[in-house]
Design a protein around this ligand. Sequence first.
Ligand code: ADP
Ligand code: ADP
Length: 219
Amino acid sequence: MISVEHLTKRYGPHTAVDDVSFRCEPGTVTGFLGPNGAGKSTTMRMICGLTPPTAGGATVGGVPYRRLPNPGRHVGVLLDASAQHPGRTGRETLALAAQIMGVDRGRVGELLDLVGLDTAAARKRVRAYSLGMRQRLGLAYALLGDPRVLILDEPANGLDPEGIFWMRSVLRGFADRGGTVLLSSHLLREVEAVADRLVVIGAGGSWPTAPRRSCWPVP
Ligand code: ADP
Ligand code: ADP
């Protein structure tokens, strides 16, 4: 479960995230929708303790992310696939992360299969990967610790239509087994096909149809 309470981030005079509150429940996919620059990434970075909020806070399973011991075993995160280490192969990336998380190495091969990175792809260095391959590797990385919660920022970017369809079915299956998913996109069609609920965030803290609120849940 993810709980976001009055999260706010200001950069000098600029408000990147304006008083955003919502909850994500187990067994559901929550779509986090808003135009580019609306503050989706900043909100997700604050949930994961990577950006300190100006005000408000967030918890995952009742605890702030940074207080989770071995967070990868609780929360799978894909924030920016382009930040993956370019000099490592896909397999090395996962093997190293498995070691850090204390996950059985056998899971690396299983996940490479699940995300559709074949032996040749897994042996290539990440610098030679397309964005779609990085998203696949990022999802494998997020799932490695067998977490109960997934936080994914624009995971469909760079995926081909088959990849988008496949990712949806992975996320749907994850939620149907009781997992909690928070999934951002700037495209309604990408989230509406899989999300149980939408949280809509507007640029500058407003949205044309709801000028007083930056964020509201759609049942
Ligand atoms: P989204 O993910 O919805 O596209 P972001 O969270 O990336 O939006 O950005 C929200 C706003 O905050 C944008 O106006 C962006 O330019 C600004 N912003 C994000 N990160 C920083 C930063 N480190 N310094 C200054 N402004 C930032
Ligand atoms: P480091 O900062 O030394 O790279 P991390 O704990 O951040 O250590 O990451 C461990 C490994 O997982 C590194 O090889 C890193 O490149 C890789 N990694 C980190 N984030 C991701 C991601 N979203 N997708 C795939 N690999 C990642």
